[in-house]
Design a binder for this molecule. Structure first.
Ligand SMILES: Nc1nc2c(ncn2[C@@H]2O[C@H](COP(=O)(O)OP(=O)(O)OP(=O)(O)O)[C@@H](O)[C@H]2O)c(=O)[nH]1
Ligand SMILES: [Ca+2]
Ligand SMILES: [Mg+2]
Length: 731
């Protein structure tokens, strides 16, 4: 906005105007110039006030944007309006910027001007103010233009020049026209301010000079610095160049080294590759060789292949032929085998029949033999008896010469007395010293005492002593002779269902069927073929024949058991068996006749060696103990081990606990017998010879077991025979 005197100044903004800010008084912020105005109003003299006012206006001129402070660039803008160069403006800015923060606050601005104007000649404040405003006006006057310059007269010129010279303005001012104009203006209008103006100019010039000098110094220092820097830079540059050179050399060195290393490496690799190449070429040659060889072989194999194919075809044809021939041969073979089997079966059956007939013949012959022997012995016995009688007569006549003569007769004669009793040492002594003798059984198990009370059978009628008995080892003769009462006991067939009455046993045993004796030939018949009386037709030969040895402690009841089994009789007070006795009994097992050869051994210790030898040929063994005599049970293990020694576990063993009828005197619980039987895989029964309980059942069980065992063995042998035949046929 223009002032009445033509000055162009910007209107100071009242707080709350323009940007819409509220005045600070009621809490609104005061504009910086307000503070100045307030200051004006409070403590300043009028001159100062004017000066301050001028300063304010000048501040506002500078602060064209109304920021409230003056920046460097605002000062620069005054360059057009003020006759000051940019440097001078800079110096003025720096002079006014008390705190050096790059901004001029109104305080710094007015303070700077007021200091300036009022520090001169202590002018009054109003003068200062006026001066400042005049100064300012002069500045404005400048804008009138240069036409006033021409009006200066020579004195003034000279004065001005003197002043300039005094101030040394030539050094700092390029163009004095502006100052001249101002000076003239002041001289005309307010000459009293001229001194101040001159002082101001002095100050400014001095400052300018100083600044100039400083600047020069700085420039010198700068130049020196620059020179130093240049030198340093030069030096650095040289060093850098040197370093770079070194680096380059090193780099080149390294590079060459690396290059050399790399080239060596590559050479080595090249060598390796060349070697590999050679190897590969050699390999390739080998492979080519092999390939040609293979090709060659291939051709050969092809030709061989063709030959083989031809031979293969021929072989195939031959194979067909041979397979046809083979089939024909197999058919023939099968037919032959069938014929062979038939023949074999016929042969077997023939053999079987032959063996059976042979066995029968053998049995018949044996019987005849026995019979003849018996007859023979009879005759001898009779002869002996006659002889003895003669002798007795002689002996009677020559009583004094009574002397024993050895009995002749059967080989056992010296051991067996006239009644066929085996004489033990004690018996001979008895005979001599007349000691009474215990009754004892004959070899055949028949009582040898005088006629048994109630026995239907006359043991041996008449005065004749019982016939002698012979032991024949189970080895020597499979069927030693049987004797009973002077007559041979034929193989008595005793099927369980046969009804026989037992006339012999003292008191009829309830429930046991009487035993029917088969008729025997009349006593004393001469020995000879005709000895076999007609009704004694040999029973049919048994289907099977098993030898069974009967062992156990003495008096456990073996003989009584066999008597019960064979004759269904029980004789109390049986005599101890001497050596071994023998019975045969044929039983019917599953519709087949099974002959059981029962060897009754003597339990007494002294006959142990005889009984041992009988185990070998046995098909089965029966071990008996007396359940009323614990010792006899404890001896069972001993019997089992001697059986084991002789026959191993090849033969079945039947364990019998006898005298079951004597329950009140039982000493061996049934469980012990069962346990022992289980441990040793034995057939076990508790029985009683006295009552007949379990006598047949136990032996039938054993007979059935033996028969089944033999059947399996027979089947196996037939199987084996067939296989062997097949092998031999096909062989
Ligand atoms: N209560 C009873 N007594 C029996 C039974 N079996 C045999 N006895 C009696 O026991 C005694 C001996 O009988 P034997 O048959 O001679 O005994 P053993 O085993 O043949 O004796 P050795 O011939 O010496 O081995 C005789 O007095 C028989 O009467 C039975 O089942 N019950
Ligand atoms: Ca400042
Ligand atoms: Mg006996």
């Amino acid at each position: 906005m223009a002032t009445p005197d033509g000055r162009v100044v910007s209107r100071p903004q009242r707080p709350g105007q323009g940007s819409g800010q509220k005045p600070k008084g009621s809490g609104a912020c005061l504009h910086p110039l307000d503070s100045l105005e307030q200051r004006e109003t409070q403590e300043q003299a009028p001159g100062q006030l004017i000066m301050l006012r001028k300063a304010q206006e000048f501040f506002q001129t500078c602060d064209a944007e109304g920021k409230g402070f003056i920046a460097r660039r605002d000062m620069q803008k005054l360059h057009k309006e003020l006759p000051l160069s940019l440097e001078e403006l800079e110096d003025v800015f720096d002079a006014l910027d008390a705190d050096g923060n790059g901004y001029l606050t109104p305080e710094e601005f007015t303070t700077g001007f007021s200091h300036f104007f009022f520090s001169q000649n202590n002018p009054s404040q109003e003068d200062a103010g006026e001066q400042v405003t005049q100064h300012h006006e002069e500045q404005v006057y400048q804008s009138r233009g240069e036409e006033d310059l021409g009006n200066m007269d020579e004195d003034e010129e000279a004065q001005f020049q003197m002043l300039m010279d005094r101030l040394g303005a030539q050094k700092v001012l390029e163009d004095e026209s502006d100052v001249k104009q101002l000076w003239l203006q002041l001289k005309k209008d307010e000459p009293h301010l001229l001194s101040n103006f001159e002082d101001f100019l002095t100050r400014i010039f001095s400052q300018l000079q100083e600044a100039h000098e400083e600047k020069n110094e700085l420039e010198c220092a700068l130049k020196r610095k620059i020179a130093a820097y240049d030198e340093e830079i030069q030096h650095l540059y040289e060093e850098m160049e040197q370093q770079i050179k070194n680096e380059k050399e090193q780099f080149l060195l390294k590079d060459t080294e690396r290059f050399q290393a790399r080239s060596q490496e590559l050479e080595q690799k090249l060598l390796c590759k060349e070697q590999e190449l050679e190897q590969l070429t050699q390999k390739q040659k080998r492979l080519e060789g092999q390939c040609t060889a293979l090709h060659h072989d291939k051709h050969e194999t092809k030709t061989e292949n063709n030959k083989l194919k031809l031979t293969n075809q021929e072989l195939a044809r031959e194979l067909e032929r041979t397979s046809q021939e083979l089939q024909e041969a197999q058919q023939q073979l099968e037919s032959l085998q069938q014929e062979a089997c038939k023949l074999h079966q016929e042969k077997e059956m023939e053999v079987y029949r032959v063996t059976e007939s042979l066995q029968r013949e053998k049995a018949g012959l044996l019987k005849q033999l026995d019979f003849l022997r018996e007859r023979n012995k009879h005759l001898r016995d009779e002869r002996d008896i006659c002889f003895q009688k003669d002798k007795a007569a002689k002996a009677n006549t020559a009583a004094s010469k009574a002397s024993w003569k050895r009995r002749s007769g059967s080989v056992i004669g010296k051991y067996v007395d006239g009644r066929g009793i085996l004489r033990s040492q004690s018996e001979e002594e008895e005979e001599v010293f007349g000691i009474p003798r215990r009754s004892s059984l004959g070899l055949s198990g028949y009582p040898l005492t005088e006629e048994e009370p109630g026995t239907g059978e006359t043991g041996h009628g008449g005065p004749y002593p019982r016939p002698l008995r012979r032991i024949i080892s189970i080895e020597e003769d499979p069927l030693p002779q049987l004797l009973d009462g002077g007559f041979e006991q034929p193989l008595s067939k005793c099927p369980e269902e046969e009804e026989v009455s037992d006339q012999g046993v003292q008191g009829q045993i309830q429930g046991s069927p009487p035993l029917k004796l088969t008729p025997t030939s009349p006593r004393g018949q001469p020995v000879g073929k005709e000895a076999l009386c007609k009704e004694e037709s040999a029973p049919s030969a048994p289907d099977r024949l098993f030898k069974i040895v009967f062992v156990g402690n003495s008096a456990v009841g073996k003989t009584s058991f066999l008597k019960r089994f064979c004759e269904d009789r029980f004789s109390p007070g049986m005599a101890a068996t001497v050596g071994i006795d023998y019975r045969v009994k044929t039983v019917n097992v599953d519709d087949s006749q099974v002959a059981l050869q029962l060897w009754d051994t003597a339990g007494q210790e002294r006959y142990r060696c005889i009984t041992q030898q009988f185990f070998r040929k046995a098909d089965a063994v029966i071990v008996m103990y007396d359940l009323t005599a614990k010792q006899s049970f404890l001896s069972v293990r001993g019997w089992l081990s001697s059986v084991e020694e002789a026959v191993g576990d090849r033969v079945p063993v039947l364990l019998l606990g006898n005298k079951l009828d004597n329950e009140q005197e039982r000493e061996v619980p049934r469980g012990l017998g069962e346990q022992l039987a289980k441990e040793n895989n034995l057939i076990f029964y508790e029985c009683s010879a006295y009552s007949g309980h379990n006598t047949k059942e136990s032996l039938l069980h054993l007979a059935r077991f033996l028969k089944e065992q033999e059947d399996t063995v027979r089947e196996d042998t037939i199987q084996v025979g067939r296989l062997a035949k097949k092998k031999s046929c096909c062989g």
